[in-house]
Design a protein around this ligand. Structure first.
Ligand code: ADP
Ligand code: ASP
Ligand code: MG
Length: 414
């Protein structure tokens, strides 16, 4: 007998038939004698709608109230999933974040999990119950509901798996595993049987939405065995494992893209010590994450500073920078949301030179201009115009030898 956490994403609970399908999958594991805890997301599209409503009322809305709104999506699906399970004879109960409880910090909108009380869930499972836990939700220090950032149900599942000492954390989604790039964009992407925690962490952090970044971070730290698999087809999935469990080590394991970025340029910033702290300090205080940064060498005593922030954070970033305009002393603030970040990731990059050079020449051959570059040990990212996203991803996927055979459906269509 194993203890399993089964997590189902938005598309897997998009309507009642799909929720029935989830119930059938859970029932199968229960009948096989396993102890199961379930985590579900909101029905697909629901969180987007809730986020949109908050932004339409006010782009700079109160983040605690935002959490109160967006956390409702998961409340619906836990109740419906519990009913669907009860209908097929499984003893199930829904649990909201505060009922577990899943304790977080106070960073509304992207709260960090601080601790999860696993004992009550374990006791419930021992008593034969299948707890159906709301993904995405937590409870802050002041007792108010928090949410864990977009895609945060993955983190709920991994954190729960760690808290109840589960043998496995199975992430069921609308693709049948982790691929060399988004299989919806590149039909010739290949499924990876295994991927190292470090690589998955980098891929997630640069936009591969299949797993949320913090969920991978926690899985790596807490040694949770994560598997990504299809909620619709019975196919083997992909396992996230330790580096030394991977036999074949290609130079580049995957290509990722993110359209959730915006580029900010501060023109003619005074070129003096303390200026970076003057710009990025207030942004950090406002909980705005800054990603890529470039500062040019100025001709006179001023310089241009360019950086990227999450697109959703752009109104807040702009507000903060305008509030600090006098102390920073820049001449103009330019914001460009029509950008995309394209990244290549691979442990093989550690020990091989020239990997990034291939990236630059491949993009040049396609006439794609690189606006900003950033690198880390196993990753290189570039910022390009949003219109070039697909072209860049496909070209890089081919350039690094990642293309698999043409899928049958696409081949027939020719
Ligand atoms: P869920 O709602 O189940 O959490 P998500 O939409 O968050 O699902 O994540 C699954 C999606 O991630 C897939 O539909 C796919 O388009 C996208 N994706 C991006 N990169 C990858 C990748 N490397 N491998 C698999 N899927 C990926
Ligand atoms: N429903 C939340 C979102 O759409 C959490 C999740 O799906 O993981 O971001
Ligand atoms: Mg997701």
């Amino acid at each position: 007998m194993a203890r399993i956490v089964m997590k189902f994403g938005g598309t897997s609970v998009a309507d009642l038939d799909r929720i029935r399908n989830v119930a059938a999958r859970v029932a199968r594991e229960v009948k096989a004698g396993h102890e199961v805890a379930v985590v579900v997301s909101a029905m697909s599209g629901v969180t987007n709608q809730l986020v949109k409503w908050c932004s339409e009322l006010s782009p700079l809305h109160d983040q605690a109230e935002y959490d109160n709104v967006v956390a409702t999506g998961e409340q619906v699906t836990i109740g419906l999933t519990a009913i669907a399970l009860q209908t097929v004879g499984v003893h199930a109960r829904s649990w909201q974040g505060w009922q577990v409880p899943i304790l977080t910090d106070a960073a509304h909108g992207k709260a960090r999990v601080e601790s999860i009380e696993g004992d009550r869930l374990i006791a419930a499972m021992h008593a034969g119950q299948v707890p159906v836990v709301a993904g995405f939700q937590g409870v802050g220090p002041d007792g108010r509901v928090t949410t864990l950032g977009r895609g945060g149900s993955d983190l709920s599942a991994v954190a729960l798996a760690a808290a109840v000492k589960a043998d496995r954390c199975d992430i069921y989604t609308d693709v049948d595993g982790i691929y060399t790039t988004d299989p919806r964009m590149v039909p010739r992407a290949k499924k990876l049987e295994r991927i190292a925690y470090e690589e998955m962490l980098e891929l997630a952090s640069v936009g591969a939405k299949v797993l949320q970044t913090r969920s991978v971070e926690l899985a790596m730290k807490a040694r949770v065995r994560v598997q990504v698999l299809s909620s619709f087809a019975d196919l083997p999935g992909s396992l996230v494992v330790d580096e030394d469990e991977i036999v074949e080590q290609p130079l580049v394991t995957g290509v990722a893209y993110s359209r959730d970025e915006a580029k900010v340029t501060l023109r003619r910033v005074p070129d003096r010590p303390g200026i970076a702290a003057g710009v990025f300090g207030p942004l950090a205080e406002a909980n705005v994450n800054v990603d890529m940064i470039v500062q040019n060498v100025g001709a006179d005593s001023t310089t241009d500073m360019t950086f990227t922030v999450g697109r959703a954070d752009l109104p807040r970033a702009r507000q903060v920078l305008e509030d600090h305009r006098a102390s920073i002393g820049y001449e103009a603030l330019l914001a460009d949301p029509a950008v995309a970040k394209i990244s290549i990731v691979g442990i093989g990059m550690r020990s091989h030179a020239g990997v990034a050079a291939t990236m630059f020449s491949t993009l040049a051959a396609k006439g794609i201009n690189i606006q900003v570059i950033s690198t880390s040990e196993i990753k290189t990212s570039v910022l390009v115009g949003a219109d070039y996203t697909e072209l860049a991803v496909r070209a890089l996927h081919t350039a690094y030898g990642l293309d698999g055979p043409e899928p049958p459906a696409a081949a027939e269509g020719k």
